[in-house]
Design a protein around this ligand. Structure first.
Ligand SMILES: Cc1cc2nc3c(=O)[nH]c(=O)nc-3n(C[C@H](O)[C@H](O)[C@H](O)COP(=O)(O)OP(=O)(O)OC[C@H]3O[C@@H](n4cnc5c(N)ncnc54)[C@H](O)[C@@H]3O)c2cc1C
Ligand code: HEM
Length: 394
């Protein structure tokens, strides 16, 4: 892919103003969201209001725009491709449309002006507008490709699915097996992908969340496995996970977006390490299911961390799948209550030559594991991480 380029005048202005924009980026995105929701309250139903309350989405948007401007003006900056891919997949899972980009652009540029004030001369505003539109065009093109590959368009991504089965998996963790409730088919997907699920909450808000598919493709249904989020230290309980646990049962229907996500199992037969913690086990369960069905001689190492055996979701299912593989082993660490207690010992995990690692769990867990794998000689480009929130793992 040819990388976009700023015009010469804009290049120098963006380079010169990047430090001040970077320093104020989350303030700018905070002002941006407030102004955009004020002018377009209908968008409140599209954005995860939990991520708005915690500031996670503000930070992810700020980081993405700054990383893109950095790359445009410094050839040594980290490539933007992986960030664009992550955003495009997330947007497609939510049905974001090209005609919504001018709305975001207008309010984002307005917020730059509000926060930076007189420093935003017409030339500075024009240069940052150029950055926005180069980025927007890249995302719109990437999203158009994904919609086309899936044979859908942004207007028709949300479909109604029926809960064919609801199953308790562990403390606070439930699986929902979904089948189409319209005349449509079960879409193809790759193990590791997620779907967006939107629910109508009792207060009248509609809210979407992403859930990894916890079974591989080819089963005639989609399954998600949801851990109920309990509010800690005065924070509220998770809105959507609590709703799904308390109000959604067999035969109920849910609004579901198309499978999306770029952290997926490669079908190349390479040895894999699935290294997970807590409910981060879900994409690994789909990968293991897929390997068991399509490539049972593949070398697989599973390593999982959980607080207590009672919370270990999909344990029996994954042990059964692993038993059907010819070259697999499974290690589990429990903080309390199991044979192997304590935190994951990265040095105890067997690393086959040429291994590709897939990580999923809380950010601190993934950072520690990633550093340990790199120390043990796994190249960074062979380590993939799925983040259960906005942004990328570092
Ligand atoms: C790609 C991807 C895949 C995922 N896969 C899975 C999966 O397989 N299984 C799974 O269980 N989850 C998964 N998740 C996480 C899931 O999408 C939700 O984030 C999770 O269910 C919590 O949503 P919620 O609505 O229950 O919580 P939210 O209401 O969004 O709350 C989230 C957190 O924010 C806090 N919070 C909310 N409002 C406030 C406030 N006003 N002040 C302070 N704190 C606040 C809450 O206390 C809570 O800790 C995935 C996420 C992504 C992005
Ligand atoms: C250049 C323009 C844009 C940029 C740089 C951008 C950037 C981002 C980023 C970084 C994320 C988080 C991705 C992740 O999960 O890691 C995101 C999510 C999202 N974006 Fe965009 N976006 C843009 C345009 C738009 C537009 C036009 C819309 C439509 C109104 C939109 C709606 C959303 C929504 C609803 C989410 C999910 C938010 C959440 O879950 O909290 N975005 N975007």
């Amino acid at each position: 892919m040819i990388e976009a380029k700023l015009s010469t005048g804009s290049h120098d202005i963006v380079r010169a103003t990047l430090p001040v924009v970077r320093a104020h980026a989350t303030e700018i995105t905070g002002v941006f969201y407030a102004a955009m929701f004020d002018a377009h309250p209908e968008l409140l139903d599209l954005f995860n209001q939990g991520n708005q309350a915690t500031g996670a989405q503000r930070g992810a948007l700020a980081a993405a725009v700054v990383a893109y401007a950095d790359r445009l003006t410094d050839p040594d900056a980290a490539p933007f491709g992986p960030i664009a891919e992550r955003i495009a997949h997330k947007h497609v899972s939510l049905g974001i449309r090209a005609d919504q980009y001018p709305v975001v652009g207008r309010h984002l540029m307005g917020a730059v002006g509000t926060v930076l004030g007189a420093a935003v001369t017409p030339a500075v505003a024009a240069a940052w507008d150029e950055v926005y539109w180069l980025l927007a065009c890249e995302l719109i093109a990437a999203e158009a490709r994904l919609y086309q590959q899936a044979g859908i368009d942004a207007a028709t991504v949300w479909r109604r699915w029926r809960v064919a089965k609801r199953q308790d998996e562990a403390v606070d963790t439930v699986s929902f097996t979904l089948v189409p409730d319209d005349a449509g088919v079960v879409p193809d997907f790759v193990a590791g992908q997620y779907i967006s699920v939107a629910v109508d909450l009792p207060d009248g808000r509609r809210q979407p969340r992403q859930y990894s598919l916890s079974q591989g493709p080819g089963r005639g249904s989609l399954r998600i496995t949801v851990r109920r989020v309990r509010g800690l230290d005065g924070a509220p309980d998770g809105a959507v996970s609590t709703h799904l646990h308390e109000h959604v049962h067999a035969d109920d229907t849910l609004l579901v977006g198309p499978p999306a996500g770029e952290t997926t199992l490669r079908p190349d037969g390479e040895p894999v390490l699935l290294l997970t913690a807590g409910v981060g086990i879900t994409p690994a369960a789909a990968m293991l299911d897929d390997i068991a069905r399509t490539d049972p001689t593949r070398r697989v190492v599973l390593a999982h961390a959980e607080r207590h055996p009672d919370r270990h979701a999909l344990r029996a299912e994954m042990a059964h799948l692993t038993g059907g593989l010819t070259d697999a082993e499974q290690l589990t660490w429990y903080e309390t209550g199991g044979d192997r207690t304590g935190r994951v010992d990265i040095d105890a995990i067997p690393l086959p030559a040429g291994v590709r690692a897939y990580l999923c769990g809380p950010m601190p867990f993934m950072s520690t594991m990633r550093a340990g794998l790199i120390r043990r000689g796994v190249p960074a480009e062979r380590i993939h991480a799925e983040v259960f929130g906005p942004g990328m793992a570092g």
